[in-house]
Design a protein around this ligand. Structure first.
Ligand code: CTP
Length: 448
């Protein structure tokens, strides 16, 4: 099938005419032609067709008010106006034509048209005499003067019983006008981040999985006001939490110092120091199906914390002691539990991170030493990777296999690929458990 609007974003403005019900068919045709559709409705239009119908068809939240903000606090109609390839107003009422002709932006459809430089296509619909009134005709002429394309109403039976010109043009004809207005123009704003947000694809392939993820850096106190910290923002760990939540997992996020918003929907545990993080991880371990240690845990902390703020002196020598290796300890506890139960599934999938500078040569040894199932190694000195960036280039290390270098990806994409691998390890552990020879079961048949 031909998709003349592939990749386009079309704003469909609906105003309060009985013909508003036909806007659902127009939305369907625009989508079938390849467009993404963002609906904006005047309040009166909602009396004729429910926003739910249009949200279901377009998978985007309908804009109803010029004052509305998107979930990320951007102004909805401005984002729509700036990213739309075209705005099509169908049906356009006599009142709306008057408001638009005079630039009175008190409804979201007028506001969007005023704010956009994209082509605007207008399909009026009203009673015959209303359409012929010099006021209406004058307004239509003014809109033509703005460069708007007018899809003239058709002659036919109207809601009033009258047979006259005023019936909304057929949706196929309006679609044709949109396609015609865009011929030869490049897609205006292909970046989905700059468009009004579409509903995320709903997946629940991780439903039933409890993921415990650590994120951010720890802060090891020197005195009441100072600490030893690191450049971790928590972005990678939080991306893993968010991706897992979006796929139906239950998530406990153990957070050190982070500078990104907390993952919405996770159980949040604050753990500002290595010692606090160790306690939180060990407490969460028995309930975890997977443990992902994405936090940048300090390797050293001051041996003693000064009670009062250290005064400036000639200099300062800090004595540091090593912190506990949380991942190694958690891994030891987890493997111990699985071995005692003689059940490979009686432990979480164990995932570590290794931030290196320069070479990733130490990563396989680190994976083996910490007895993890997966180790995500990255060179934090490389541009586009590491602290505070939106992207990451990582190498996945699986004990006993060749390291797998992944391309430069958005952190969310790294998160989703990692979750795919975690799910595969989880499934393998559960399968090994199911296939245990019967001899493994206690001879007396008792429960363990
Ligand atoms: N880690 C931990 N506890 C620590 C230090 C690190 O649990 N005290 C975890 C990190 O969260 C990460 C993994 O161990 O998942 C690897 O961290 P990294 O600092 O690269 O390794 P180290 O064990 O510190 O090894 P090295 O100092 O030799 O680089």
């Amino acid at each position: 099938m031909e998709r003349p609007l592939a990749g386009r974003l079309i704003v469909l403005g609906i105003t309060g005419s009985i013909a508003a019900y036909k806007a659902a068919e127009l939305a369907r045709l625009l989508i079938a032609a390849g467009a993404e559709v963002q609906v904006a409705m005047s309040r009166t239009a909602t009396a004729f067709i429910g926003p739910l119908t249009l949200e279901t068809l377009t998978r985007r939240t309908v804009m109803l008010d010029p004052l509305e903000l998107l979930p990320d606090r951007r102004i909805g109609h401005i984002v729509a106006a700036d990213s739309a390839d075209a705005v099509v107003v169908a049906p356009a009422t006599a009142r709306w034509l008057g408001a638009m002709a005079n630039g009175l932006a008190d409804d979201v459809v007028t506001a969007t048209c005023l704010a956009t430089t994209a082509p605007v296509i207008v399909a009026p619909a009203m009673d015959g005499e209303m359409y012929l009134h010099p006021a209406t005709q004058g307004n239509v002429e003014r809109l033509r003067g703005f460069g708007y394309a007018i899809v003239e109403p058709e002659t036919g039976p109207l809601a009033s019983g009258q047979v006259a010109r005023g019936r909304l043009a057929e949706p196929a004809a309006i679609l044709g006008a949109v396609v015609g207005a865009l011929a030869g123009r490049p897609v205006r704003e292909p970046d989905p981040e700059r468009r009004p947000p579409a509903a995320r694809e709903v997946r629940d392939d991780l439903a039933g999985l409890h993921l415990v993820v650590t994120a951010g850096g720890t802060a090891e106190p020197i005195d009441p006001v100072r600490f030893i910290g690191n450049r971790s923002t928590g972005r990678m760990g939080v991306a893993i939490a968010e991706a897992a939540l979006a796929r139906g997992a239950r998530v406990t996020a153990i957070l050190g110092m982070t500078s990104v918003p907390d993952p919405d929907g996770a159980t949040i545990v604050r753990a500002p120091t290595a010692a606090a993080m160790r306690m939180a991880v060990i407490a969460a371990l028995p309930e975890a199906d997977a443990l992902v240690m994405a936090a940048a845990v300090a390797d050293f902390r001051p041996r003693a914390v000064a009670d009062g703020k250290l005064a400036r002196g000639a200099g300062l020598v800090l004595e540091l002691e090593p912190t506990e290796d949380i991942l190694a300890e958690a891994s030891g506890l987890a493997h111990g539990r699985a071995e005692r139960a003689a059940d490979p599934s009686a432990r979480p999938v164990l995932v570590g991170f290794a931030a290196e500078t320069g070479s990733l040569a130490r990563a396989p040894e680190k994976a083996a030493r910490k007895r993890v199932d997966l180790l995500v190694a990255n060179d934090v000195a490389e541009p586009g990777s590491g602290f505070g960036t939106e992207t990451n280039r990582v190498t996945l290390v699986t004990p006993g296999r060749e390291p797998e270098p992944w391309p430069l990806l958005a952190k969310r994409e790294v998160a989703d690929r990692l979750l795919d691998r975690i799910a595969a390890v989880r499934a393998a552990l559960d399968a090994q458990s199911a296939e245990r020879p019967a001899a493994d079961a206690p001879a007396d048949g008792s429960e363990r």
